[in-house]
Design a protein. Structure first.
Length: 118
């Protein structure tokens, strides 16, 4: 069992930066692939970024490449999403998730709101 708690969201202006954190409970955190998803009002939830259990492999959606960076610290049971050059279209609730294998995202956090004003 893994519990995930996101933090770091807020209201910022276009061009600003935010760093989201996701703190995980459970001794097996380091064995999970971790990911970030987001859901904007009236839209379906979409994938943002993922990172392998070692941190060696990452993958991001095209619209955030060059702006967002996903990282993890297994000693602290925490995964991060550094978001730079934020745009109004990045406005959404951001969720952290953990996958046991592939895209089997079995654990989810409660989400943190990110609002980017123009």
């Amino acid at each position: 069992q893994v519990q995930l708690v996101e933090s770091g969201g807020g209201l910022v202006q276009a061009g600003d930066s935010l760093r989201l954190s996701c703190a995980a409970s459970g001794r097996t955190f380091s064995t999970y692939t971790m990911g970030w998803f987001r859901q904007a009002p009236g839209k379906e939830r979409e994938f943002v970024a993922r990172i392998s259990w070692t941190g060696a492999r990452t993958y991001k959606r095209d619209s955030v490449k060059g702006r967002f960076t996903i990282s993890r610290d297994n000693a602290k049971n925490t995964v991060y999403l550094q978001m730079n050059s934020l745009k109004p279209e990045d406005t959404a609730v951001y969720y952290c998730a953990a996958a046991e294998s592939g895209d089997d995202w079995v654990y989810w956090g409660q989400g943190t709101q990110v609002t980017v004003s123009s």
